[in-house]
Design a protein around this ligand. Structure first.
Ligand code: SAM
Length: 272
């Protein structure tokens, strides 16, 4: 296995100036990247699905950790740099040029550990999609995702906190979610304005069965007016008030006081 050039050299050689439009902030510290690659646990013999590899820093770390890596990158400027990694360890890395939102993951990367450092809007859209699959257990074994710290806190938030909302309910209904690491803005090139954090999610074996659509509609309504009592915030949602009564939840409560289990119970009752 030959030595790889430093990531800075790769970036300079391939002209990979960070594009703001693509939300590019690169991580170049190999020790930090190795720590992120360890978050899912041992990747030896596992498949890692990396979304947005950019110049390939995290990709290298995943390959060093012994994973077979499938990486999807939208910025075609990065593809030649990633091709060098494909030849570094033949047969280990497969690069797909394209938009992660268009990948058919159950077919392309079944059973993979997902690892990604993405622009936060794409990251949250993908997280919600991966949590709301029609079938459960999902196609993924774990999700290790870098977000703005504020978004990461919304994923792991507990009831009664300002960060608790739709993202927390959707995340914690079907998975165990934890904040694995905070990353200082200075670790990125160029540094973003805010701090970042990595969340780690593993699927629950038997989450309560409920319609994803109903749960999404309920949480959107309830947290859409989070300062209001539920009887006000969910009154436009057919069956919601009756469901609150059926499961014994006072309609004078506010959304952020309900546990994830209570939201699921209400959504379940709305179906009947
Ligand atoms: N993983 C690299 C790192 O940690 O240094 C790059 C991270 S950078 C924040 C995000 C990367 O995601 C960029 O390379 C960007 O081109 C890519 N990206 C943005 N939107 C994407 C999408 N929809 N599908 C695939 N890649 C995307």
């Amino acid at each position: 296995m030959s030595e790889l050039p430093p990531l800075r050299t790769v970036i300079a050689r391939h002209g990979l100036d960070a594009s703001k439009a693509l939300g590019q902030n690169f991580l170049l510290d190999e020790q930090l990247l190795d720590r992120i690659a360890r978050i899912p646990g041992s990747l030896s013999g596992e498949t890692a699905y990396e979304v947005g590899p950019g110049p390939g820093g995290l990709t290298r770390a995943l390959m060093r950790a012994g994973a077979d890596v499938v990486a999807v990158e939208r910025d075609r400027r990065c593809i030649p740099a990633l091709a060098e990694l494909e030849t570094w360890k033949p047969g280990v890395l497969r690069v797909i040029e394209g938009d992660a939102l268009e990948v058919d993951e159950p077919k392309t990367v079944p059973g993979a550990h997902v690892v990604a450092n993405l622009p936060y809007n794409v990251g949250t859209a993908l997280l919600v999609r991966w949590l709301t699959t029609a079938d459960w257990a999902p196609w993924w074994k774990s999700l290790t995702l870098m977000f703005q710290k504020e978004v990461a806190e919304r994923v792991v938030a507990k009831p009664g906190t300002g960060a608790y909302g739709r993202l927390a309910v959707l995340s914690q209904w079907r998975s165990d979610a934890r904040l694995a690491m905070t990353v200082h803005r200075s670790a990125f090139t160029p540094p973003p304005k805010v701090m970042s954090a990595v969340v780690h999610l593993t699927p629950r074996a038997a989450p309560a069965e409920v319609s994803v659509k109903t749960l999404e509609a309920l949480t959107a309504a309830a947290f859409g007016q989070r300062r209001k009592m539920l009887r006000q915030s969910v009154k436009g949602l057919p069956g919601a008030i009756e469901a609150l009564e059926a499961v014994g939840i006072e309609p004078t409560r506010r959304a952020e006081t309900l546990s994830v289990e209570e939201f699921v119970a209400v959504a379940h009752a709305m179906r009947r």
